[in-house]
Ligand binder design. Structure first.
Ligand SMILES: O=C(O)C(=O)C[C@H](O)[C@H](O)COP(=O)(O)O
Length: 209
């Protein structure tokens, strides 16, 4: 699978920071059921690699690792079963390690975008989106970087996801709002499925935010 094929599967990538392995399977199932099969599990908890391994068994789930900061992170998450990687940025070492693997690196400034483009990347994470100028920054970047597409993440919510997705250079959006800490702790999977469904409906313009 290419990164293009992966992001084409859903308009939104839930960014998941999961504290317990027990939550992995019900959480992945809840999101797949809600219409969001592409999952980014941040490498920010001790159990993240185990969570990736568990989620990778859920039918329909396309599980990737987030917070990939080094070749070692990439290697470990691949071994755990991640089929793609996401990074808030990009380094030459990371680009080398990710060769031939579906990878979504981050870039926000023109020089960072040019460096990623030179390395062959056509889709980039735009993080933290709201802080780096949000929709107006993305609209401005479409001028010089017409061919590049972005995944804004950081401050994306129900209220603004539709306007982000309406931008021609936005391929998909990411965010943590789909699965809150308290819901995960309480095991309220139905609430997470409902929120995912609602996000998909908003993305399609079938529901108001
Ligand atoms: O861990 C990473 O690699 C990240 O890039 C961070 C996440 O994408 C943001 O934390 C999303 O934040 P929200 O604004 O809560 O949606």
């Amino acid at each position: 699978m290419t990164i293009d094929a992966i992001i084409a599967r859903a308009p939104i990538i839930p960014v998941l920071t999961v504290e317990t392995v027990e939550a992995a399977i019900p959480l992945a199932r809840a999101l797949v059921e809600g219409g969001l099969p592409v999952l980014e599990v941040t490498l920010r908890t001790k159990v993240a690699l185990e969570v990736i391994a568990a989620m990778a068994q859920v039918p329909g789930a396309v599980v990737g690792a987030g917070t990939v900061l080094s070749p070692a992170d990439l290697e470990a998450s691949r071994k755990a079963g991640a089929v793609f990687g996401v990074s808030p940025g990009l380094t030459p070492e990371l680009a080398r390690a990710a060769e031939g693997y579906p990878f979504l690196p981050g870039a926000v400034t023109p020089s960072e975008i040019m460096a990623a483009r030179d390395l062959g990347y056509g889709v980039l994470k735009f993080f933290p989106a709201e802080i780096y100028g949000g929709q107006s920054a993305l609209a401005a970047l479409a001028g010089p970087f017409g061919g590049m597409r972005f995944c804004p993440t950081g401050g994306v919510r129900e209220s603004n996801l539709r306007t982000y997705l309406a931008l021609p250079n936005v391929a998909v959006v990411g965010g943590t709002w789909l699965a809150g800490k308290s819901e995960m702790a309480a095991g309220d999977w139905a609430a997470i499925t409902a929120r995912a469904r609602r996000a998909v409906a908003i993305a399609r313009g079938e529901e108001e935010a």
